[in-house]
Design a protein around this ligand. Structure first.
Ligand code: SF4
Length: 296
């Protein structure tokens, strides 16, 4: 197989075959074009990247640092021994090498417990609670930044889209896209997803070809999650119908402006959480309710 750009030996075939050098160029161009097309980053922005030490956020951190600069990595240590401690080691090393400031916040310090202890002792559904607490902390800790960039790739976005569709949660579906959410609120740091049009396979290939020193491990709680089942379903569909993921993301992006418009009015009623002052649609925000439930 030959690279479609230079006819050299192809190192990778995702949508098209590329040699190492041209795949890296193709991937970085795609991310930078997404940032430009959707005006995700401007010169004035001070960007925080939600980093975990995994392939997606490491690739994103590298590209934003290289093309835009003024970036800080913010990491959340949920307290998942044998997993997060290892990925944070990689992240520490990466940020050191690339001279990127890194700030790490933990559930233990902020909420008083480790996620894995809560999973064992309180029998909670890990990803549901973890997702709520993670989003809350990232938002809280990024308040001095103008944007927070997350490493969600196309597969992540499609999984969320299908999960919300299956749960009839159209309101959550409206929050997707390259810029998360439907409204602006001074209490929320705007979230951007520059990797949204890159497949998981492309991000993995980029990280490997760039030689990032990261472990391709999975959180021990991920296997049993609904998301993992949807991921397997999507991969099976793609294997039998090549190109279906790209068609789906295109359809979803086509629907998004109307969806956001429809839910904008409904979500504009944002109050302050009575417990922590965080913006919330309810009297007490989801994070405070989750912490209370775990501590009970
Ligand atoms: Fe948290 Fe679930 Fe992700 Fe593990 S897989 S880090 S529990 S959201």
């Amino acid at each position: 197989m030959k690279c479609i750009k230079c006819s050299g030996k192809a190192a990778i075939k995702t949508e098209k075959p590329f040699c190492k050098e041209h795949f890296i160029e193709y991937f970085e161009d795609k991310v930078v074009n997404t940032i430009e097309k959707y005006s995700l980053i401007s010169k004035k922005d001070k960007i925080a990247v939600a980093a975990s030490g995994g392939k997606d956020s490491t690739a994103l951190l590298h590209i934003i640092n290289r093309y835009f600069g003024n970036v800080t990595a913010i990491a959340i240590d949920e307290g998942i021994p044998g997993y997060r401690d290892k990925t944070l080691e990689d992240l520490n090393k990466f940020c050191d090498e690339q001279n990127i400031p890194l700030k790490i916040y933990s559930y233990e310090r902020e909420f008083g417990f480790k996620l894995q202890d809560a999973v064992k002792e309180k029998n909670i559904v890990p990803c549901r609670s973890c997702g709520i607490l993670r989003r809350y902390l990232l938002n809280k800790m990024s308040s001095s930044f103008t944007k927070i960039a997350t490493g969600h790739n196309m597969d992540d976005e499609l999984q969320s889209f299908l999960m919300n569709m299956m749960n009839s949660n159209i309101e959550l579906m409206a929050r997707g896209g390259p810029v998360t959410g439907v409204i602006k609120n001074p209490g929320f740091t705007p979230r951007i997803k520059p990797l949204i049009f890159c497949t998981e396979k492309e991000v993995a290939a980029y990280s490997l070809l760039k030689g990032f020193d990261i472990k391709f491990t999975e959180c021990p709680n991920a296997k049993e999650s609904f998301r993992a089942k949807v991921r397997d379903l999507l991969n099976e569909l793609e294997a039998k119908n090549p190109g279906i993921k790209r068609k789906l993301i295109k359809r979803y992006m086509g629907m998004l402006p109307a969806l956001k418009e429809k839910y904008r009015e409904k979500i504009s009623e944002i109050r302050e959480c009575l417990k922590c002052g965080h913006p919330s649609e309810n009297d007490v925000c989801a994070a405070c309710r989750t912490v209370e439930m775990i501590r009970a």
